[in-house]
Structure formats: C-alpha cells, structure tokens
Write a protein that binds this ligand. Structure first.
Ligand code: DX5
Ligand code: ZN
Length: 218
C-alpha cells in the first residue's frame, strides 16, 4: 500500500487566520492540506475558490493543496486552480460524463488528478481505464456539502474493492473520519486520510495526526 498521508480539511479551521492555520497543520505533522471547494450547485453550500487557494499557496511555501472540487462543471475550474497553485485536483464522478477527458486536462496543467465517488455511487462506476488514469481515488464517507457529519460505515467496502483493483493508487477517505473511524478505513486499504473536525477540534492536534498516521502504517 502507498504511504500514509494526512490531509486536514481546512473547512474546519478558523478562516480568519487561514494561512496561520495551514502552517500550524504542517508543523503538527500533516503532509497535505485538504481544500474543500464548493460551488453552491453540485452541493448546497459555498466555501472557497481559487483566490483563497492562491493566498494560502503564497502564505504557506511548498504546501501541497489537495483540492476537493465539489463543483458541477469540473473542467471549468482546472486553469484557475492550477494557477492558484493546486497540486491535486479531485473532481466528482457524478459531475461529468467524461472523466478521462477531465483527467487529461488536469494532467496537462501539471496537477495530479483525483476522482471522487459520493456515498450512493458504487466503486464499479470507476472503470479500469479511469482508475488507472487517475492518481488518486476518493471514497466519500459522508454526503459532500458540509463538514462535521457522521461517518457512513456502508461506504467502507468500496475502499476495499478499489484497493483490490488498484494496489498502487492513493485511496483517500473523506467525511467523519477521526481516531474512532480511521481503523476500518485503513484496514480496507485507504492511505490518504482527510479529517476536519477530528483534527481542528482536538485538544492536541499533533497527537491526532500521529494517531491517524499510525492507523495506516500498522
Ligand atoms: C465534506 C467535505 C469534507 C469535510 C470533512 O463535504 O468534503 O472534506 O470537510 O470534514 P469532517 O472531517 O469534519 O467530516
Ligand atoms: Zn473534502
């Protein structure tokens, strides 16, 4: 399995201190930062867009921005996110009819490409061609749209199904993941762990980051 990567969801941070919050996460042991971009259309919420990502990229040198694009037209934002310094561009399977075309366009802008499936989408929606073309597969463990939701256990088998088909790929879980739920995700084969509330709401964030990492590495 690929190495453990912890990607704190900055949606749970204090946006008034965004750069400082992001720097703090890296100092506390996180490898990536998970940036939840919502368009108010694909999901019923609006969060942040390219200008804010550009500020974070400027304020936190060398940061790997793991951009989770909960948007209806994933092709539309590729240039803006690349210009803002995005490193991973993860779009939703449910938002496009041409995932391979989207992946190609992301790669042309020198970003890694991720594809996400929402709780009601089966793992088989990701064909061998699309899965091999992507750099990362994201299994949502809540319905996209809000932080702080309850982990949906029935999504976990999809992680195992994808890990069996794609042994070398990064497989990310996102939504309601924390010390109590990371174990089943890691056992199923997830190596990229997103956590918002569980990290930012913790009394000791570095300890939680380490705990999440250990769950994957053991
Ligand atoms: C949900 C987002 C998640 C969310 C994770 O739509 O994609 O990244 O912010 O937050 P927690 O860990 O609090 O569920
Ligand atoms: Zn997310």
């Amino acid at each position: 399995m690929p190495r453990a990567i912890i990607s704190p969801s900055v949606l749970a941070s204090d946006f008034g201190q965004l750069s400082a919050e992001c720097k703090r996460m890296i100092k506390d042991g996180a490898e990536w930062l998970h940036m939840d971009v919502m368009d108010g259309h694909f999901v019923p919420n609006i969060t942040m867009g390219a200008p804010i990502l550009a500020s974070v990229h400027k304020g936190v040198p060398g940061i790997f921005m793991d951009c989770h694009m909960m948007v209806s037209e994933p092709e539309r934002w590729i240039d803006d996110i690349a210009d803002a310094g995005g490193a991973m561009y993860t779009f939703h399977f449910e938002a496009t009819r041409n995932p391979s075309t989207v992946i190609d366009k992301i790669h042309k802008r020198n970003m890694k490409a991720g594809i996400a499936i929402s709780p009601d989408t089966p793992s088989t929606a990701i064909t061998d061609e699309v899965g091999q073309g992507a750099d990362m597969l994201l299994v949502m463990t809540v319905y996209p749209g809000h932080g702080g939701q309850k982990f949906i256990d029935r999504c976990v088998p999809k992680v195992a199904e994808l890990r069996a088909r794609f042994p070398e790929k990064d497989i990310e879980v996102d939504g309601g993941v924390g010390p109590k739920t990371v174990g089943v995700c890691a056992d199923a084969g997830s190596n990229v762990i997103v956590a918002g509330t569980a990290i930012f709401g913790a009394a000791d964030p570095p300890a939680v980051i380490q705990e999440l990492k250990d769950a994957v590495n053991t």
